[in-house]
Design a protein around this ligand. Sequence first.
Ligand code: GLV
Length: 343
Amino acid sequence: MPTRPRVWVSRPTFDDVIARLEPHFEVTAEPKETKFGPTELAAKLADCDAAIVGLKERVGTAELAGAKRLRIVANLGVGYDNLDLAALGAAGIAASNTADVLNESVADYAWALLLGASRRMGAAERWLRAGEWRATEFKGWLGTDVRGRTLGILGMGRIGQAIARRAQGFGMPVLYHNRSRLPEAVERDCRARLVDKGTLLRESDCLMLVLPLTPATRHAIGAAELAHMKPTAVLVNVARGGIVDDAALAAALREGRLAAAGLDVFEGEPRVHPDLLALDNVLLSPHIASATTDTRRAMTAVAVDNVLACFGHGPHAGPPPNLLNPEALAAAGVIFPIHPKLT
Ligand code: GLV
């Protein structure tokens, strides 16, 4: 009979960080990256008290059907469109994310994509590796400067703000559009001005997307929005696939209605729309904006802290610090810390 609650970790992370769970839990960490189908995932969730999952684990009503002992799903990511919060809340299961610890790494990466796409780095590297570099042409590989151009940010949360702060170094005025206006002190610090979405699309030379994927933001950038953008503009998406209509984007890039794009996320990833793969004016990467050793370790630590807290351990014992569904849990009568029933 187990004497400690069980934690399941769906993907390989950092063993020394996960080891912080071991004094309190029986830990099972998957030794290799695995794509779990809904039935396999349901079986894993049915057999644990806490789950640390990645963005590829989609947790909804069906996956939770047998999860009678599960008390928390700790997401290894800031975005949580893979979690059905309503289903988790109705089942009295906490959900948490890894907000904040990845802001600076993702902001750096968004700039890397903007600069790389503006200066054609992907295509130039492919050309060099293909052995095409036989002579240096003065007018070869001309790109676009970002300095002094207008940066637009759609979705001005913490990552958007970190991106905006970096714009000062490039002498770029910043416009943003967000569900709500930022406090004046934050606007001043970011030197950013709120505009409506139409103005953002029309006036941005560089447009960064940093908003969560929800039913309301699906295809927030589609054919109609792309038609409002400058043909010289560069688009960067470090948020989620599905926010951009990838087919419409590929058409705009192919037809010269948009200069370039830098994309870290895709609709239906790891599949990438074949029309994007065929283009040279788009810089593509495999959803790695937060992928630095320090940041991925910090994300793992946050997930571990949330699980520990939920069961009354660690410095945050009580409601998990990154709890995403407090109202639903209160309505379900959940009180932290949880005392698991061991069977
Ligand atoms: C990555 O995409 C995340 O949401 O952390």
